[in-house]
Design a protein around this ligand. Sequence first.
Ligand SMILES: Nc1ncnc2c1ncn2[C@@H]1O[C@H](COP(=O)(O)OP(=O)(O)O)[C@@H](O)[C@H]1O
Ligand SMILES: [Mg+2]
Length: 228
Amino acid sequence: MDILRTENLYKYYGKGENEVHALDGVTFSVKKGSFTAVVGTSGSGKSTLLHMLGGLDRPTSGEVFVDGKSIFSLKEEELTIFRRRKIGFIFQNYNLVPILNVYENIVLPIELDGNKVDESYVQEILTILGLEKKLNNLPNNLSGGQQQRVAIARALASKPAIILADEPTGNLDSKTSMDVMGLLKVTSEKFKQTIVMITHNEEIAQMADQIIRIEDGKIVGGERACIQ
Ligand SMILES: Nc1ncnc2c1ncn2[C@@H]1O[C@H](COP(=O)(O)OP(=O)(O)O)[C@@H](O)[C@H]1O
Ligand SMILES: [Mg+2]
């Protein structure tokens, strides 16, 4: 079953001479429980695509379907709730809340949704990510790699159906990167999660069930990538 599907997705930024075609007719689908890697050079439209998949921004035209439902037909408030319940985002720039400590950042999406934190699960994630001694630190007292791990923990803590990750291992050394990939593999199998991950790391891309290659806002090598 396709948990995610895009249909003729276009996103243009700017006007006239400054118009940028960040996404130029993107159609593909993602099977529930699969791991999709998105690869492409800088500026090719990867982050824009991820933002559209999670309903963070609206396309110029085209559709994103999650579980067969068009997410852009939702009202802004419904879209916010959908995102909180279904999607775990790992942003390239972490997007941590500077006035909250590590633990508070990690459980924030769960608390915003009025749910109870699964403390033993959060503990398990923290241990694997090596964050258990940093719980009281504020984000600006952490290194880039540590902030990235907090962002990963936050995305996983609510056990979302879909994890959208923008180069989640970009600031990690190769051992930690592989630990993070191992963690994602274990949690995605355990909770039947679907992962869409932007990566520059070929080794990681090769672990995926499907690779989407993007150039100038278009999928290259055929409109639809094949499940390998
Ligand atoms: N908010 C924005 N306003 C204007 N242009 C943007 C914006 N976001 C992205 N772009 C442009 O859209 C193109 C695709 O960007 P992006 O999706 O960030 O690429 P990638 O993540 O592959 O590096 C680039 O040319 C970028 O400059
Ligand atoms: Mg990007």
